[in-house]
Design a binder for this molecule. Structure first.
Ligand SMILES: Cc1cc2nc3c(=O)[nH]c(=O)nc-3n(C[C@H](O)[C@H](O)[C@H](O)COP(=O)(O)O)c2cc1C
Length: 339
């Protein structure tokens, strides 16, 4: 029964973003102005967007964030996301591996890197499921899927709004032991509410490889779940609730920067300009999820790659407009923003 629920939930999430994005609030990046330069004469064809992240050589600073797996639709999405990631040399993560923990037959829906072609490929799991299963068991699954590491997600707001309440309690103090047992890179993310400064301070002590802000300003999983059930806020009140409590993406990037942990700016990244602004703030990469889903629904064959490629081309133009031909130059030119 639980398995059935999980499958229908996964499909409900994919379908929620079929027709439109449901972005809530502002990602905070609109307030960031970039330095146009007239005297450098850099053109888009001069710009090199390659970068290194976690020892992997990437084609551009963009991450295909966790979305799905565990269902035939999820398998189709993951295959297309992987095709894009391999072609453009980008990192990607699958959605939660929980379906696989509950049903070994779900393996093929996550198995999109059988020949190890992806520069960086990650699994994904909620922190409660991960701690329950233990680092060794999860590592075994990730190895079988040729994954380089794992994204652990925290989603307290989503749990509270979920129609089938689970309300698990975990001791965040046991995350470091999980990471040690897992023995490969572990990154931390949210699902649309971002992290508070106190949350980030706690993570500073953890041996994590990166943080995806998954901040406020884009998709929000409190909203996705609240649209289903007995949540004591009306639909029109939810945006106000999320904007009052959530941490916008730009703010989380700024607050996480002093930790010295690589930051992936996620949550409401929609354009090349959003990516550029996040990089100018000091993020190593930017990520997106819902636009990939919408692009896939609109054009299952080429939608994901076309969307990502267009954002990369936008980023290339922006670097040229700023008179910079590499990501390093671009970040240096915007040093003043990284404080
Ligand atoms: C359909 C869908 C399913 C998602 N499933 C997961 C998931 O299984 N695990 C997770 O950590 N995040 C999940 N996310 C959250 C995204 O990884 C991302 O953090 C969030 O959507 C914010 O990015 P966006 O504004 O670009 O959509 C999902 C997002 C979407 C759109």
């Amino acid at each position: 029964m639980k398995q059935e629920n999980l499958i229908s939930r996964k499909n409900r999430h994919l379908n929620f973003f079929k027709k439109k994005l449901h972005d809530i609030g502002k990602n905070g990046l609109d307030d960031i102005f970039l330095n146009y330069s007239s005297l450098d004469f850099i053109y888009p064809e001069d710009v090199n967007l390659q970068c290194t992240f976690m020892n992997a050589q990437l084609g551009a600073p963009f991450f295909l964030a966790s979305v799905t797996g565990g269902t035939p639709e999820g398998a189709a999405f993951n295959r297309k996301a992987a095709e894009c990631a391999a072609r453009l040399r980008l990192p990607m993560a699958t959605g939660s591996l929980r379906a696989l923990l509950e049903n070994p037959d779900a393996f093929s829906t996550f198995d999109v890197n059988p020949h190890g072609e992806l520069p960086l490929f990650f699994g994904n799991l909620g922190v409660a499921s991960a701690l329950q299963a233990g680092g060794r068991r999860i590592r075994h699954l990730c190895d079988a899927l040729h994954m380089h590491g794992l994204f652990l997600y925290f989603n307290h707001a989503q749990e509270i709004a979920q129609p089938v309440a689970e309300h698990e309690r975990v001791d965040p103090g046991s995350v470091p032991r999980f990471i040690e047992e897992f023995g490969a890179p572990v990154c931390i993310k949210e699902t649309g509410m971002g992290f508070s400064p106190a949350d980030l301070r706690m993570m500073k002590e953890w041996p994590i490889a990166a943080i995806d802000t998954a901040g406020c300003g884009g998709s929000n999983f409190l909203q996705v779940e609240a649209s289903q059930g007995e949540f004591p806020f009306a639909r029109e009140e939810i945006e106000h609730l999320v904007c009052t409590l959530g941490h916008p993406t730009a703010q989380v990037v700024r607050e996480a920067l002093p930790l010295g942990i690589p930051i992936i700016a996620g949550g409401g990244i929609r354009t090349g300009l959003d990516i550029a602004r996040a990089l100018a703030l000091g993020a190593s990469l930017a990520s997106a999820a819902a636009p990939l889903v919408r692009a896939w629904h609109a054009d299952p064959e080429n939608g994901i790659t076309a969307w990502v490629q267009s954002r990369i081309e936008q980023l290339r133009v922006i670097l040229a407009l700023c008179g910079t031909s590499s990501l390093e130059d671009f970040r240096n030119r915007h040093r003043a923003l990284q404080k």
